[in-house]
Write a protein that binds this ligand. Sequence first.
Ligand code: UGA
Length: 428
Amino acid sequence: MIGTGYVGLVSGVCFADLGNDVICVDKDISKINKLKKSIIPIYEPGLDELVKKNYKSGRLKFSTNLAESVQKSNIIFICVGTPTKKNKYEADLSQVYSVAKEISLNIKSFKIIINKSTVPVMTGDKVEKIISNKVKKKLFSVISNPEFLREGEAIRDFIYPDRIVIGTSEKRSNKILKNLYSPLISKGAKYINTSRRAAELIKYASNAFLATKITFINELANLCEKLKINVEDVSIGIGSDNRIGSRFLRAGPAYGGSCFPKDTRALIDTAKKSKSSLSVINTVINSNNNRSKLLLNRIRKILNNKIKNKKITFLGVTFKANTDDMRESSSLEMIPFLNKKGAKIKYYDPTGIKTEFEKFKNVQFKNNIKDACEMSDLIVIHTEWNEFKLIDLKKIVKKRNFIIFDMRNIYSAEKMKKQKIKYFGIGK
Ligand code: UGA
């Protein structure tokens, strides 16, 4: 596994747990040294135990030596980052190409090279070309095998995937891959063998579709607020139709993370380069980009246009619960805005203090819910961690007339009403 980010590390550890001999390679020496001591660079429930167990058994190894690791392996997964290029929609593929070049210098026997990084359509063709500059075609096969792991649920998603997508037209490689994934196929995962380009597009189309679903329900939530309808009732009503499906229909803040924003942008770039229009996805991106402003407007209304000197608490600041990932989290737009308007902000996140807010004078991290909420005027539930679900806020806040803005709809509006707490949710 080349690259020990979310995809590389989780997949590598899980493949080892299935009984394979795995080497996780990264050029970051300090990361590899930490991994050898079972210090995990990311927050992912259950991952540290699995690393410890498989490292101890010897099935899982960590290395900075790409050349040696490639020579020792039959199957090589490229799992490096493909971030958006600065100020553009296009994915930056420099890491994928430089790894491909390095791999090509170390092939002496037949290797299957798999792209697990999220890459635009035809990247596999380019990787194949780079490798064929140095290696005879019969000595390697380039395959696309996109990953569908969610942060926070990554191990479960690896072990029980809905589907495994293998993009190759080569029978021999397909057979080897089917065999590698057979423990998951026997547990019910659907195995899909398709063309390499289709596999590449399936990854982007999946993320873009899920982002569309979320944006759709977020916009319906806006309408529900005007019509005094509970959007959750609408989600249940439409989600019960199997053609629509109930998952990813929870209205909330703008979607964030390292995938949906980046991948929707990259898909638009692919469409543009092919002189094709993906107007639906363009609309989704724009709607999501406006969502934080819309919710900030709602906060302004809730506070009767008086933000200055208001004590505001954020519970959770990452892009969703069960992760420490701040990438494209809506809190990165909301907290600085409220701070600029003169609010005094305290925040608590189960994954600790965030460097992103260090530069703001009136934004303070508190290391427990009680200190974060005490004497607040407004409490914003920004992510849906379990530990936020059973808080006795009345007891903790110690102030009359405080307000809750529950951006994840984790509380019941009726219960709040009974407790005489001023409560606002999303789409209600
Ligand atoms: C996403 C996909 O779900 C994975 O299948 C994919 O493998 C991954 O991207 C990737 O490409 O690597 P992830 O970014 O970890 O996974 O997060 P999600 O759980 O999908 O959530 C993304 C965003 O949508 C979050 O901001 C979350 O709060 C939001 N969301 C999700 C909603 O607002 N409502 C929902 O109903 C579901």
